[in-house]
Write a protein that binds this ligand. Structure first.
Ligand code: SF4
Length: 426
């Protein structure tokens, strides 16, 4: 059997129609990414250089996850900084000195730009270089922007990982290496590492790593697989370092996970028998776990407001594996190359929209009256007040949803709003 006989999911038709909108949009800024990134890179600290608004956003987004010594904070710029009356660089140096003195566990420090730091044109890349010279090799200081002017919700992770790429050493090995790109919950990462080993892909690393001292190498023998669909800038930086992207759908649902692993298996010339042996039981288990959700949710309509960039893979999984019917799939940005495999599976009869004009989109939601609308927190209350059922897209980022063992958890997140409605009616 040749490796090219590895199963491919049956594709629908490509080239769907797209509504493109540029108007008022309602999404969180890229600072939100700190909430999951600080849990992933365990010796890193994220210092937002911003205002009290930024500090409040982080506090409320992180909410329940705050613990005694958090790995993020805000250097609040006061009126004097914003008015140019104080040297913001000097103030920043003092804050960093106090922080690193108190927290010797910090080995990587991200200076995270915000709207205020951009408005006063505080050059955080120069600040990071200066501070890195001072504190290296004990602490590396990097920077990226999470500002609402430049980034939406999940783009903060993209900017953070792109900032890590220049730090990766050149790969010296002749053997091909697989790099999985995108923050995954540790439990999911461990499952994938085991599956890749069973498939026969031996050299696998993950970006971001759990420890900043364990950054993976990169070079022309690196093939990278995106674990998240919102990493356009990171992918571009890796490509510039010689790495090659493996086109694949994303690992959501049983079918998506098999297709994602299968794309890597084909790229690495893995033995198809080893692939089936490694994946068949887990795939069958995931399909069985999804069946009760399919019974409950098949035929229900769903509308995605643009928010996390996960919308297309989610719509594909919910329609193909649970039988739901997407009315409109909105995404802030449609990365055609990275979503090409997803779009083939989703088919051309699904209405896509890119960008946002929130009022017009809300009109379409109210006219369509979908069974569930996936949207940001700010839009959920008004829609619920209109009698519509909503699902917060932020939950889909904070919950481990990738891989076989999480497929039913993902379905459960969409079933929950219906259960809640049913309970409220009883
Ligand atoms: S970065 Fe901008 S959008 Fe984000 S919290 Fe700060 S001020 Fe608001």
């Amino acid at each position: 059997m040749s490796v090219h006989t590895l199963p491919l999911p049956k594709a629908g038709c490509a080239e769907p129609d797209i509504i493109r909108e540029r108007g008022q949009h309602e999404v969180f800024c890229g600072l939100t990414g700190i909430v999951w990134l600080h849990r992933k890179i365990q010796d890193a600290f994220f210092l937002v250089v911003g205002s009290r608004t930024c500090a409040h956003l982080l506090q409320s987004a992180a909410g329940v996850m705050i613990f005694a010594e958090p790995r993020f904070g805000t250097a609040v710029m006061e009126e004097r900084d914003l008015a140019g009356m104080a040297d913001a660089n000097e103030e920043l140096d003092k804050v960093v000195a106090r922080l690193l003195d108190r927290r010797p566990d910090i080995k990587m420090l991200f200076l995270v730009g915000s709207c205020p730091s951009e408005v006063i044109k505080l050059d955080l890349s120069r600040a990071a270089e200066r501070l890195s010279r001072h504190y290296s090799p004990e602490v590396r200081v990097l920077n990226y922007t999470g500002s609402g002017i430049e980034t939406t919700f999940t783009e903060g992770e993209d900017r953070c990982l792109a900032a890590l790429v220049p730090e990766l050493t050149d790969a010296t090995s002749e053997a091909p290496e697989l790099l999985v790109v995108g923050a995954l919950a540790d439990v999911v990462e461990d499952q994938f590492a085991r599956l890749f080993a069973e498939i026969g892909i031996e050299r696998v690393s993950f970006l971001p790593p759990r420890n900043s001292r364990a950054l993976p190498p990169v070079g022309p023998n690196t093939r990278f697989l995106l674990a998240q669909p919102f990493l356009g800038e990171t992918a571009r930086c890796l490509t510039e370092r010689g790495a090659r992207h493996i086109p694949a759908p994303f690992p959501l649902g049983a079918e998506g996970t098999t297709a994602w692993l299968g794309a890597a298996a084909r790229a690495f010339g893995a033995d198809p028998m080893a692939f089936r042996h490694a994946t068949a039981a887990a795939e069958a288990r995931a399909k069985r776990a999804l069946q009760p959700f399919r019974d409950e949710m098949a035929g229900k309509t769903i509308f995605f407001m643009p928010d996390s960039q996960l919308e297309v893979p989610l719509a594909r999984m919910l329609s193909r594996e649970l039988g739901m019917e997407p009315i409109e799939v909105g995404t802030p940005y449609l990365h055609r190359a990275h979503l090409a495999e997803e779009l083939k599976l989703l088919g051309s009869d699904v209405q896509l929209s890119e960008g946002q004009d929130v009022e017009r989109q809300l009109d379409r939601v109210r006219a369509a009256r979908p069974d569930v609308t996936v949207c940001g927190l700010g839009l959920a209350n008004p829609l619920e007040a209109d009698g519509l059922t909503t699902k917060w897209s932020i939950e889909l980022i904070f919950t481990p949803i990738q891989g076989y063992d999480q497929a039913s958890d993902l379905a459960g997140l969409f079933a929950r709003p219906f259960d809640r409605k049913t309970r409220l009616r009883v």
